[in-house]
Design a binder for this molecule. Sequence first.
Ligand code: HQG
Length: 175
Amino acid sequence: MNDKDKNKISKFLSLILRHKPQEIGLILDNDGWANVEELLQKANIGFENLKEVVDTNDKKRFVFSDDFNKIRASQGHSIDVDLKLNPVIPPKILFHGTAEKNIASIFEKGLVKQQRNHVHLSVDINTAKKVGNRYGQPVILKINALKMTQEGHLFYISENGVWLTDFVPSNFIIS
Ligand code: HQG
């Protein structure tokens, strides 16, 4: 497959496995897993192509179960799924990339998860820059993550290395 075709399938999988499985009549279990056979059939994709998209995906967005019978998105859901992640202690600082136009509201209300199940953060500035770039002129915010844990906020790390939390009050945003 060429990159364009892989990208198209990846975007489709993000839609189906994170937001709207009902678009193709798919049902995810409580932990967000879809049955691979059913997905292949309903999405009209071959297993080899699906595996290639999963294996070569730049952010490792999707993961198979060990026996390849199930597949799920590792993060980014808007539908209610339980990824069964355990709280972990974050590094001192995490980053969030957003667009310039959101800044005033973020400093007023804090970072909220909007439609998704978590606020998404990264360990590196570059990833945050790319994330922010999706919505306009990017601005990188530094989050005092470790300090947040001292006040009871929980952090999780997804299977593909994205840091997740429920809410970042504005007093923990340092720039
Ligand atoms: C902003 C992609 C105004 C927030 C990325 C963001 C990521 C506020 C937007 C993943 C706000 C939500 C998630 C407030 C937050 N006022 N704006 N109080 N609080 N926002 O897409 O973090 O490529 O739901 O800054 O790479 O941008 O799809 O979240 O701009 O990992 O795998 O509200 O999605 O991953 O947007 O992106 P999103 P996000 P994939």
